[in-house]
Ligand binder design. Structure first.
Ligand SMILES: C[S@@+](CC[C@H](N)C(=O)[O-])C[C@H]1O[C@@H](n2cnc3c(N)ncnc32)[C@H](O)[C@@H]1O
Length: 232
């Protein structure tokens, strides 16, 4: 729904300061105990030279990857967050929303060995973004989608795709706007990949080390007919 989509983008402008503090002060438990390591390890294991950080936020992932000698380009639809990422360094960051990126994907470069969407796919329509990403990958390129686990969220409501609302409680102080986001069931995620013409190569489900509950869903994918398919 168009109204939710614009509220979603605007929330990241209004909450840029609070979000930056949450990340840099490590106030989000799931990230601290599991999900940050999961995505970092996954990317590093692929030994990429060049990574695209899609919806990079304040840039923590780019900084962590650049410490490993990996070249990183990031883009995000919140100018405030892009400014914070640029100030902290670790990559080249562009202020760009997904629609503008889709009109000309090459504007941020090409030959990316990995494009990673780390908790940054919240829209109802993500097919065109995923398709655009396939056009700027290196021949063996991989798209990683790391997102909220459909089963953990389902505990609070119906197991049915649809718009939900994030209030950022338990993520620190200072949040000014709620974020509408589109929840997908596991089946809906798999259908998204199919519609975008990408194939699932590996699926990980990081859990909370104490409760054992699933925290996130980490999908490693390649465009159809990608040579990497053979060794995946
Ligand atoms: C939960 S934050 C994650 C940020 C970062 N990937 C991280 O791991 O900390 C979601 C990010 O996605 C970005 N985002 C969401 N929808 C977007 C859109 N349509 N265009 C560009 N960026 C978008 C937001 O601005 C925000 O920075």
């Amino acid at each position: 729904m168009k109204e939710f989509e614009s509220q979603l983008e605007d929330s990241w402008k209004a909450n840029a300061e609070a979000w930056t503090n949450s990340i840099r002060l490590k106030e989000i438990e799931s990230r601290k105990v599991s999900t940050d390591h999961a995505v970092l390890n996954e990317i590093i294991s692929l030994q990429p030279n060049k990574v695209l950080d899609v919806g990079c936020g304040e840039g923590w992932l780019a900084r962590a990857l650049s410490e490993q000698g990996i070249e990183v380009v990031g883009f995000d639809g919140s100018e405030e967050l892009v400014e914070k990422a640029s100030a902290a360094g670790g990559g080249i960051f562009h202020y760009l929303n997904y629609s503008d990126f889709g009109r000309n994907p090459l504007q941020i470069g090409h030959d990316f060995d990995v494009a990673v969407c780390n908790f940054s796919l919240f829209s109802e329509e993500i097919t065109s973004l995923l398709q655009s990403l396939t056009s700027i990958l290196s021949p063996n390129g991989i798209i990683i989608i790391h997102t909220l686990h459909p089963y953990s969220i389902a505990q609070d409501g119906r197991y049915e795709s649809g718009w939900r609302e994030e209030t950022f409680s338990n993520m620190g102080e200072g949040y000014k706007a709620k974020m509408p986001w589109f929840y997908r069931t596991m089946g809906a995620w798999l259908n998204e990949l199919k519609m975008a013409g990408i194939e699932l190569r590996d699926c990980k489900e990081p859990i909370h080390p104490v409760s054992g509950k699933p925290l996130s869903l980490l999908l490693k994918t390649t465009p159809k007919n990608n040579p990497r398919s053979a060794d995946a």
